[in-house]
Write a protein that binds this ligand. Structure first.
Ligand code: HEM
Length: 145
């Protein structure tokens, strides 16, 4: 008999790895894009890379992370009786999803050459998904409370 819980956990972990790749790499692309100047030839290459990273990897991976994460809650023994660690994790993930959509707005703004934030600003926001990832994985593995 196929263990649905393990199947969803496998698909969940693969999805969140793909989502995190995008959340960590896209702000880095913004650093170089803001650095090279919006009217430059490289700027057109960065626009293509940002659009593809967002549409082909980040968006489907975010949807799959939520889908298989919620499926895990549905099939696991405790079901919807959410522990404190999982409530905290879900709150952090609502924030991370908000950050995801903020990045998608920036992809649109860069495509229209309507960005005035500095490379330093993008280096700073690049640390946000790193910090959230460290806390989320700690909560998911240790389930401390
Ligand atoms: C997007 C929405 C997400 C939801 C709804 C969600 C929900 C869940 C649930 C219900 C479990 C199983 C818990 C259990 O065994 O009772 C789980 C496991 C896990 N999640 Fe998520 N999660 C999400 C996103 C993430 C993200 C973004 C990461 C990493 C950055 C992550 C990392 C993990 C890990 C590593 C496990 C396995 C923990 C273990 O079994 O030791 N999850 N998740």
């Amino acid at each position: 008999m196929l263990d649905l819980y393990l199947l969803f956990k496998w698909l969940h972990i693969v999805s969140v790895i793909s989502w995190m790749v995008g959340l960590l790499y896209l702000p880095r692309l913004f650093v170089y894009h803001a650095d090279c100047g919006l009217e430059s030839v490289q700027s057109e290459t960065f626009k293509l890379m940002e659009r593809r990273l967002y549409k082909v990897i980040m968006r489907p991976a975010m949807i799959a992370s939520w889908l298989f994460g919620l499926a895990l809650i549905y099939v696991r023994d405790m079901g919807w009786d959410l522990e404190t660690w999982l409530i905290l994790k879900l709150l952090l993930l609502c924030g991370l999803t908000g950050f995801h959509f903020y990045l998608s707005n920036l992809v649109t703004a860069f495509a229209a050459n309507r960005v005035n934030q500095s490379p330093k600003f993008f280096r700073f926001i690049n640390e946000i998904p790193t910090a959230v990832m460290l806390i989320v994985v700690l909560l998911a593995v240790f389930k401390p409370f």
